[in-house]
Design a protein around this ligand. Structure first.
Ligand SMILES: NC(=O)C1=CN([C@@H]2O[C@H](COP(=O)(O)OP(=O)(O)OC[C@H]3O[C@@H](n4cnc5c(N)ncnc54)[C@H](OP(=O)(O)O)[C@@H]3O)[C@@H](O)[C@H]2O)[C@@H](O)CC1
Ligand SMILES: Nc1ncnc2c1ncn2[C@@H]1O[C@H](COP(=O)(O)OP(=O)(O)O)[C@@H](O)[C@H]1O
Ligand SMILES: [K+]
Length: 481
């Protein structure tokens, strides 16, 4: 099952639909119990609850209410709980009373040594950066931070991380995940989802694939397959100045799927010396049949490159356009008009700005969705968080948080293009191919890096191990060929 993410409005509607559960305060009690249990588990795993110090930073809304009730539960377990009220007159009255009854204290500032700090400043009702009074409290916090619902200062729907904002070690959320948990994943830490009885929700805004789904869908040859039946991919990449892009892109395509990979361009000798199994030609016209093209990495933007881009986009097979191909496409959007098969564009932020005609801006989710709909194509926006939008407005955007930033290295985009293009040739839809490629790319980066910086060549070399890991996550039964 994919993991779904929702907007604050969808969360509020789901909460309202529970009726009595909301109005009786039962939802808040469940949420607070979840927060208390997660903090207590941390205390237990680091020496126990009794006598340990937990600080609450409490805002003016129900997010602060969650923190206060959670503090009351912790105080009853022998934890020394103190709360800074950012807006004392508006602190949740019942929550504050519960904290006081349990022996928790209200303080002006948190003690210097704490075992955990609970961020109950704002949740889905927040807007803009952390205000100064809250920022001052967090500036001196060194203990692990447990955010209630969302790290405060992060927008629930767009994941925009305002400055200042809380950076959490753990985020405890309720019912369903919010968009920000994926879009601002590096600031949320480990996200724990507490069931408060909202049930299953439809209409996700954002979705991510799990490792086992990627592994289950990964194409592998079956008994009746030969080198042609699995989808032949053609790579039109590299130039005399950047031959390496052709090598990396072709290498990733070879490692992604079995079958046959063609290379058409000026770096044929370099490609062959590294990968003798590739079928090389000078141009796409001379390449022979393919089921998908990859065009653009390290390609140049001269007339010859434009002519090749034109040829490839005129073909009636899926095409992935990357890098210099995108720069040329931005100047010649009419090349998309006559497309009959699917198109996948894979821009980084700069290429995205060229295609969109304006800078990416902070709301990456809205931007990628708008561009995909406007151009009628699938767009994969690169970065630590990859976002993939198809042209239909009704489908959720697919997101992938890389989990680390090791892939921020030259040439790693060429590798991504090779992966996604090979999957396109295998018959995966552009959205699925992009989602699967993004995940295997980030797993390969983690494996290849092994806690030290890596270059794109090592990323490429780690692709088989990454695919193995994802397929094993799917279980042995699907590994049958
Ligand atoms: N509904 C339910 O059933 C359940 C809800 N639950 C919980 O309730 C949370 C939502 O509560 P909520 O609606 O009260 O909003 P909330 O996030 O506390 O913030 C609003 C307050 O913050 C303030 N404020 C805004 N921005 C700010 C900033 N940058 N910096 C500082 N302050 C800022 C703003 O004040 P103002 O702008 O008016 O000064 C306003 O008063 C939700 O995230 C979950 O934790 C759970 O118990 C599960 C059941
Ligand atoms: N901070 C980051 N963390 C993880 N992955 C990243 C990060 N920045 C970029 N990436 C990934 O690395 C690749 C970079 O692609 P690109 O910018 O086209 O590089 P190049 O043109 O050098 O190949 C993309 O797959 C992108 O998603
Ligand atoms: K919070």
């Amino acid at each position: 099952m994919p993991v779904d993410y929702f907007t604050a409005a969808a969360v509020r509607a789901a909460e309202a639909a529970t009726g009595d559960l909301l109005t009786s305060g039962a939802l808040m009690q469940r949420a607070a119990t979840g927060v208390a249990n997660v903090v207590a588990a941390h205390l237990v795993s680091t020496g126990g609850c009794y006598g340990r110090g937990v600080g609450l930073v409490v805002g003016a809304g129900d997010n602060g209410g969650d923190a206060l009730f959670a503090g009351a539960l912790l105080a009853r377990r022998g934890v020394s709980v103190c709360a800074v009220l950012l807006n004392p007159e508006r602190a949740h009255p019942a929550g504050l009373a519960a904290l006081r009854r349990s022996g928790g204290r209200v303080v002006e500032r948190l003690p210097a040594t704490m075992d955990a700090v609970v961020d109950g400043v704002v949740g889905i009702g927040g807007h803009g950066p952390l205000r100064e009074s809250a920022a001052t409290v967090f500036a001196s916090v060194t203990a692990p931070v447990f955010a209630v619902d969302l790290p405060s200062g992060i927008d629930a729907d767009t994941g925009v991380v305002h400055d200042p904002a809380v950076s959490a070690d753990v985020t405890v959320t309720f019912g369903v995940r919010r968009n920000a948990h994926l879009l601002a994943a590096p600031h949320c830490g480990r996200v724990v989802l507490i069931d408060i009885g909202l049930g299953d929700l439809d209409g996700a805004d954002l979705r991510s694939w799990t490792d086992d789904e990627v592994g289950r869908c990964w194409p592998v040859p079956g008994p009746a397959d030969d080198k042609y039946t699995q989808g032949v991919v053609g790579v039109v990449a590299g130039s005399p100045r950047y031959p390496g892009a052709g090598v990396l892109c072709t290498g990733a395509a070879i490692h992604a799927t079995s079958g046959l990979t063609r290379y058409a361009g000026s770096a044929g000798a370099q490609v062959l010396s590294r990968f003798p199994e590739v079928v090389v030609s000078e141009s796409p016209q001379a390449a022979g049949r393919v089921q998908a093209w990859i065009v653009g990495p390290g390609f140049g933007v001269d007339d010859d490159a434009l002519a090749r881009l034109r040829t490839v986009l005129a073909a009636d097979v899926p095409v992935l356009v990357d890098a210099d191909g995108l720069t040329m496409l931005a100047a010649h959007p009419e090349l998309l008009a006559a497309r009959t098969a699917a198109t996948l564009l894979t821009p980084h932020a700069g290429e995205f700005a060229r295609l969109a005609g304006q800078p990416l801006g902070p709301d990456r989710l809205a931007a990628v969705r708008d561009l995909a709909q406007r151009l009628g194509v699938t767009v994969l926006l690169k970065g630590r968080g990859t976002l993939i939008a198809g042209p239909e407005p009704s489908t959720p955007v697919i997101g992938n948080d890389a989990g680390s930033s090791w892939a921020a290295t030259a040439g790693s985009g060429d590798v991504l293009a090779g992966l996604a293009g090979a999957l396109l040739a295998s018959g995966r839809s552009p959205v699925d191919a992009a989602a699967m490629a993004a995940r295997v790319h980030s797993v390969a980066a983690a494996i290849g890096a092994d806690d030290a910086p890596l270059g794109a060549s090592r990323l490429l070399g780690a692709i088989p191990a990454a695919i193995t890991r994802l397929r094993r996550a799917a279980g042995a039964s699907v590994v049958r060929q």
